[in-house]
Design a protein around this ligand. Sequence first.
Ligand SMILES: Nc1ncnc2c1ncn2[C@@H]1O[C@H](COP(=O)(O)OP(=O)(O)OP(=O)(O)O)[C@@H](O)[C@H]1O
Length: 242
Amino acid sequence: MSAILELQGVKKAFGAVVVADDQSWSLAPGEALGVIGPNGAGKTSMFNLVTGTLRADAGQIRLGGQDITGWSAAKRCRAGIARSFQVPQPFAHMTVFENAYVAATQGAGLSGRAAEALCLDVLDRTGLIAKANGQAGGLTLLERKRLELSRALCARPRVILLDEIAGGLTEHECQSLIQTIRDVHATGVSIVWIEHVVHALLAVVGRLMVIDFGRKIAEGEPQAIMQSREVREIYLGIEADG
Ligand SMILES: Nc1ncnc2c1ncn2[C@@H]1O[C@H](COP(=O)(O)OP(=O)(O)OP(=O)(O)O)[C@@H](O)[C@H]1O
């Protein structure tokens, strides 16, 4: 099956700091791909390149086979790429529903009843419906993470990019968020998930990719990747022996 999202030879550097080093990878429709790598490896920059807030120096990005490399971030969002941010920054003085509504109107291009219906459905699925009329600024960390997910879903994405959405949560909170993400994945949306909380990733993704110094250094079946030489070198400092 042809890829829903594809990067081919994507390069990006900030002076001497290379954040994408000839990156090529693809995501199949309905797939959940996990991304790990040390701090500063270029994982968030890779999301910025895909969403269009960062422009690639070289290479091509395709969505559903269409070249979107030159598209603006807004156009990419309307075409079906949505993301959550590592540090949730909701519109604090607006309600949860209003935050979702902004995403449904600006991201999905809906209005009126259709936008309202989508927001209510999404907030129900993400476990925030009881908080719909509460101020976003008063949410707990888990609820803010759920709101990040809700805002991304309200853009009606074909591909959703999750940036360390499990970070900072207790184990119990993490488990409940994992279940929500599984439910989202079951609806057919394709997912790329950057995460340091590896057990959360492994509970959802079918494939794992490792990035270091902007370069994809391994990808494959999650358990095999976790035990690979590349991962042991990066995380445990074990020397490669060939
Ligand atoms: N706009 C920018 N200008 C200059 N350097 C940048 C810029 N954005 C990111 N960097 C640098 O690029 C490198 C990669 O950053 P990035 O945030 O993509 O890493 P990351 O893998 O997501 O890290 P973490 O796991 O800590 O979130 C870092 O050294 C960062 O300081």
